[in-house]
Design a protein around this ligand. Structure first.
Ligand SMILES: C[S@@+](CC[C@H](N)C(=O)[O-])C[C@H]1O[C@@H](n2cnc3c(N)ncnc32)[C@H](O)[C@@H]1O
Length: 415
């Protein structure tokens, strides 16, 4: 084809649950989260992320209305198409892209499946589903599978089969015209880290718009106020919009006509990155470590977090670029229509663990980006300790950390 991410702890989630790995949400069924350590590298520190992902579940909760209407429309399509197809062909393909350990995905999928079923007439009318859980190939497949296997009863009760796909979502994932609904939560701000010149590491992106790396020690996140505007613009035009456009074109090819996708990504501003009074906490911590002689400046120079905080305008721009993105001499992105696109204010908060829970989530997301610059273990521990100190200085655990999410629903037009 040419194209230009044990033990289990069962928890009934009908009550407000406490401590690690459990969601503060009310659902009617028993779902299970894994709480043990498994080894394996990933784009994030997956075990820790699994413990604290609930702290950013707002991204799922605050977009449920969008998921609900997508499920209503899917139910209508199932009814319309049901009579015309033989029964064995009626298993609908749903997909969750960037599932991490699968915990948050399953809670949201439970909501989606209940919405879908409540819009169908009888138990005989429930569509049979297969759900694909997709994750980055460098992530922890065993951890994801462990969560899913722990929820065998939920899958069986709802007549759902499942599979895991360890592949980057910046590649083709499914057969053309095969997917009935696709969702992705808190993933698509991560850029395509394969978009590099031969032999280059991700720190090459610091040279975009700054060939001499004169300001490479001023930032680690491109959306920080201290990242030069020309470098930000180079990232927007050369990386961020093109990568999202490529994703959209690939998925447009794979959706069935009339099928929808719900994409929720981290938006701008997010106070993990864009603190009102200047440099983000990670850059600030690394600078302090350098001043104290605990970190070599070359580590800050090389550290880059390969994500881009998105805006509604950036999504609209990517939809336009996707229209012209060629795959096998076709432009499948031209068949996409943006039917909803919103910026949503949220808060990252941990009512049980306070600042420790907020910080542990932050660290799980970012530690591998620092490790990619090859600090020593002692240097890494210094950065972690300094970052934790800065969290106490700049955030209030009672208020939480303000964040933004951009959520959009896109549909592939009927032919
Ligand atoms: C913040 S987590 C979100 C996990 C989950 N969807 C949730 O809502 O809690 C982001 C996930 O995106 C995955 N990811 C990042 N880039 C990816 C890519 N190119 N392909 C597939 N997954 C990717 C990461 O491995 C990580 O598991």
């Amino acid at each position: 084809m040419m194209i230009s991410a044990c033990l289990v702890n069962p928890v009934r989630l009908t009550v407000t649950v406490r401590r690690a790995g459990l969601l503060r949400t009310a659902v009617n069924h028993t779902l299970v989260r894994t709480t043990t350590s498994t080894s394996g590298s990933s784009t994030m520190e997956i075990d820790s992320y699994a413990m604290f992902s609930r702290n950013q579940y707002d991204a799922h909760r605050l977009t449920r209305d969008m998921l609900e209407v997508s499920m209503e429309r899917l139910a209508s399509r199932c009814k319309l198409e049901g009579d015309a197809e033989p029964k064995q062909n009626q298993r609908r393909l749903l997909a969750d892209l960037g599932s991490a350990d699968g915990s948050s995905s399953l809670v949201t999928l439970d909501f989606a499946v209940r919405c879908l079923q409540s819009n169908c007439d009888t138990i005989d009318g429930y569509p049979l589903l297969n759900i694909t859980f997709e994750e980055h190939p460098a992530s922890d497949e065993n951890k994801l599978k462990s969560t899913l296997e722990s929820n065998k009863e939920w899958f069986e009760r709802n007549g759902i089969t499942w599979n895991v796909l360890m592949k980057s979502f910046y590649e083709p994932l499914f057969d053309r015209n095969s997917v009935d609904f696709l969702m992705s939560y808190i993933c698509l701000h991560w850029l395509d880290t394969t978009d590099l010149p031969e032999g280059e590491s991700i720190s090459h992106w610091k040279t975009l718009g700054d060939e001499n790396r004169t300001e490479a020690c001023d930032w680690v996140h491109i959306n920080e106020a201290t990242a030069p505007l020309r470098v930000q613009e180079a990232w927007r035009s050369k990386l961020a919009i093109n990568h999202l456009a490529k994703f959209l074109a690939l998925r447009a090819r794979e959706l069935k006509p009339g099928a929808e996708m719900l994409l929720v990504m981290v938006g701008h501003p997010h106070e993990f990155v864009t603190l009102k009074d200047g440099t983000g906490p990670l850059t600030r911590a690394m600078k302090r470590c350098i001043e104290k002689g605990k970190l070599r400046s070359e580590i800050l120079d090389k550290t880059v977090v390969p994500y881009f905080l998105r805006t509604v305008d950036d999504v609209r721009a990517a939809v336009i670029v996707a229209e012209t993105f060629e795959i096998d001499n076709e432009t499948p992105g031209a068949k996409l229509e943006l039917i909803d696109c919103r910026s949503i204010a949220a808060v990252t908060k941990d009512d049980d663990n306070g600042m420790d829970g907020i910080f542990d989530l932050f660290w799980s997301i970012h530690v591998h980006c620092i490790q990619a610059a090859s600090p020593t273990e002692v240097e890494l521990e210094s950065i972690k300790a300094e970052s934790r100190q800065i969290f106490d200085e700049v955030y209030d655990s009672n208020e939480g950390v303000p964040s933004t999410f951009v959520a959009c629903t896109l549909r592939r037009r009927q032919e």
